[in-house]
Design a binder for this molecule. Structure first.
Ligand SMILES: [Zn+2]
Length: 497
C-alpha cells in the first residue's frame, strides 16, 4: 500500500492541502465542543462528526491521534456573533428558562446537559477525546493567560474587564477576513460599546461581574473569563503551543477562532494551528433549524420518533462537510434502510463463520478493493458521499451470495470491521452506558414481522393478492413499511417526522 496522507480544505489558506504533522505519525487535534446550556442539536453533532471522521481516517492510515475537545460551561454570552459579545451568559439564561426550573443551580444544569451530551455522543458512535476539559476547571490558567497578555502589552484592564487589544496583533482577521479596518466599519452596529475600550473591536479576556452566577476571584476582582480564552488555554495545556489541526463549525470562524488565534499567537509567538477546518451549516427540510419552525431536532427527539442512532449518524455524514447539508425525512429514512443492510450483512457473515461451507473465499478481493476506494475517498477531504457508496457496495457483494463459505464470512467480517472503524456505521463500538443500548423508540417483534413477510410472499405466489396487500397495509398501520427489491422484502420503521 502506498503511503497515504490526509488532505483537508484549510480555511486559513483557502486551499485543499495535506495535513503536515509536526511529529510524524502523530496528529494533534483540537475541536471546539458544546456549550452545555441545553441539548445539543443535530447541527452541532454534524460538526462533531466531522472531527470524528478526521480521527477515524487518520487512524486508518496508521497515525496516532491526540484529540482534545472541550466543554464550555461558563462565559459563552448570548450575542456571540461579535468578538466582544454582550448579552447574558447562556448558562444563566437557561437556568431562568422554563426548562431550567428543574435545577437547583447553574452547576447542576451544566452537569445535566453535559451528561445528556455525552449520552448522545455515544449513541452516535463518536470516538472519545483523550481529554475533555471544562472551562470552569481551568480558571487559574485563564487568569494567568490574561495577566501575561497584559504584561506583554496585548491586553489592558478597564473598570469593566480585561480586553485584548486587536491593534497589538497585526495578524488579526487572517482567518475570517475580518481585519481591523473591516471591523471598524462593522462595530458601528455592534452591541457592546464601551468607552473604556481602546478599540470597539477589542474583546474581553475577563469580565468583571460580582453578580454573575458563576464567578471567580482574580487580580482584576470577581468575574468570569471571556469565552474565547478557554480554548487557547486548554489547547496549549494539553497539546502544546502549535496544533496540527483545529476544527469547529463555520459559525466559529469569526469571532471565536479569530480571537483564539490572536490570544494564542500573542502569548507564544508561534503559529496556533497549522491547519483549520470548518463544517458548514445543517438545514432541516430545507430550512434553518429553529424551535418556532418545529424542525429543531435533537438526537433524543429523533430516537423517540423511532430512528436508529446509527441511521442518524449515517444521514448526518452523508454529505461532504465543506458543503451545507439538508437533513430531510427522506435522508433519514434512506439511512435507516442502509443501516439495515449493514446489520444484515453483519449477521450473514457471522452466520457463515459459524456454520458456512468449506468453499473458497468468493468475495475477499472485491471487498478489499472497495475498502481501499472508501479509504481513498476519506483521505481526499473526507469525501463521505463516495466512501458511503463504496461501503454500501460491499453489502451488496455480501448479501447477493446465497451460500457464504466460512472463508467468505471471514473476509466479510474483516471488511465490515474496517468499514466500521472508518465510518462507524455498522455497529456501536462499545456498549452504550446507563442501559441506553436500545433506542427509546417503538418496540417491534422482529420474528412476527419476518413471519408476516413470509406469509405475504406465499400469498403472492398463490396469487392471493388481497391477502398479500392486507398484510402490507396492516404493517403499514403499525408504522412498519415493507420494501420489495430483487434481494427480497425488507421492513423499515417509518420515522414519521
Ligand atoms: Zn473553542
Amino acid at each position: 500500500m502506498a503511503e497515504r496522507t490526509l488532505r483537508l480544505y484549510d480555511t486559513m489558506t483557502r486551499q485543499l492541502k495535506p495535513l503536515e504533522l509536526i511529529e510524524p505519525g502523530c496528529l494533534t487535534f483540537y475541536s471546539c465542543g458544546p456549550t452545555v446550556y441545553s441539548y445539543a442539536h443535530i447541527g452541532n453533532f454534524r460538526t462533531f462528526l466531522t472531527a470524528d471522521l478526521v480521527i477515524r481516517t487518520a487512524e486508518a492510515i496508521g497515525w496516532k491521534v491526540k484529540y482534545v475537545s472541550n466543554i464550555t460551561d461558563v462565559g459563552h454570552l448570548t450575542q456571540d456573533d461579535v468578538a466582544d459579545a454582550g448579552g447574558e451568559d447562556k448558562m444563566a439564561r437557561a437556568l431562568k428558562s422554563k426548562e431550567g426550573e428543574q435545577f437547583h443551580n447553574v452547576w447542576e444544569l451544566a452537569e445535566y446537559y453535559e451528561d445528556a451530551f455525552l449520552e448522545d455522543w455515544r449513541r452516535l458512535n463518536l470516538r472519545d477525546p483523550m481529554v475533555r476539559p471544562r472551562a470552569t476547571q481551568h480558571m487559574r490558567e485563564q487568569i494567568v493567560a490574561a495577566e501575561e497578555l497584559i504584561k506583554q502589552g496585548n491586553a489592558y484592564e478597564t473598570p469593566t474587564g480585561v480586553y485584548f487589544n486587536v491593534e497589538s496583533f497585526p495578524g488579526y482577521g487572517k482567518l475570517s477576513g475580518n481585519t481591523q479596518d473591516n471591523l471598524r466599519k462593522a462595530v458601528r452596529e455592534a452591541v457592546v460599546v464601551d468607552d473604556n475600550k481602546k478599540e470597539q473591536a477589542d474583546f474581553a479576556l475577563w469580565k468583571k461581574d460580582d453578580k454573575h452566577l458563576m464567578q471567580w476571584y482574580s487580580p482584576f476582582g470577581w468575574g468570569f473569563p471571556g469565552w474565547h480564552l478557554e480554548c487557547s488555554v486548554m489547547a496549549r495545556m494539553y497539546l502544546g503551543d502549535t496544533l496540527d489541526l483545529h476544527a469547529g463549525g463555520e459559525d466559529l470562524i469569526f469571532p471565536h477562532h479569530e480571537c483564539e488565534i490572536a490570544q494564542s499567537e500573542a502569548l507564544t509567538g508561534k503559529p496556533f494551528s497549522n491547519h483549520w477546518i470548518h463544517t458548514r451549516f445543517l438545514q432541516v427540510n430545507g430550512e434553518k433549524m429553529s424551535k418556532s419552525l418545529g424542525n429543531f431536532y435533537t438526537v433524543r427527539l429523533l430516537l423517540e420518533k423511532g430512528a436508529d442512532p446509527l441511521a442518524i449518524r449515517y444521514a448526518l455524514i452523508s454529505g461532504i462537510y465543506t458543503k451545507p447539508l439538508n437533513f430531510t425525512d427522506q435522508s433519514l429514512s434512506d439511512a435507516m434502510g442502509n443501516i439495515e443492510r449493514f446489520k444484515r450483512s453483519d449477521a450473514a457473515v457471522a452466520a457463515a463463520i459459524e456454520g458456512g461451507s468449506d468453499g473458497p473465499d468468493a468475495i475477499g478481493e472485491q471487498l478489499d478493493d472497495l475498502y481501499e476506494q472508501a479509504l481513498d475517498a476519506m483521505t481526499n477531504d473526507l469525501n463521505t458521499s463516495v466512501a458511503l457508496a463504496k461501503a454500501l457496495e460491499g453489502t451488496r457483494v455480501i448479501l447477493r451470495e446465497t451460500d457464504l463459505s466460512k472463508a467468505s464470512g471471514e473476509s466479510g467480517k474483516r471488511y465490515l470491521d474496517q468499514i466500521n472503524a472508518l465510518l462507524g456505521i455498522v455497529r456501536h463500538e462499545r456498549p452504550l452506558d446507563c442501559g441506553q443500548v436500545e433506542a427509546p423508540g417503538p418496540k417491534v417483534d422482529e420474528a412476527r414481522i419476518a413471519g408476516l413477510i413470509e406469509e405475504r410472499a406465499a400469498a403472492k405466489k398463490a396469487k392471493d393478492f388481497a391477502r398479500a396487500d392486507q398484510i402490507r397495509k396492516d404493517l403499514d398501520a403499525e408504522g412498519i413499511e415493507l420494501r420489495d427489491s430483487p434481494d427480497g422484502t425488507t421492513w423499515h420503521l417509518k420515522t414519521a417526522l
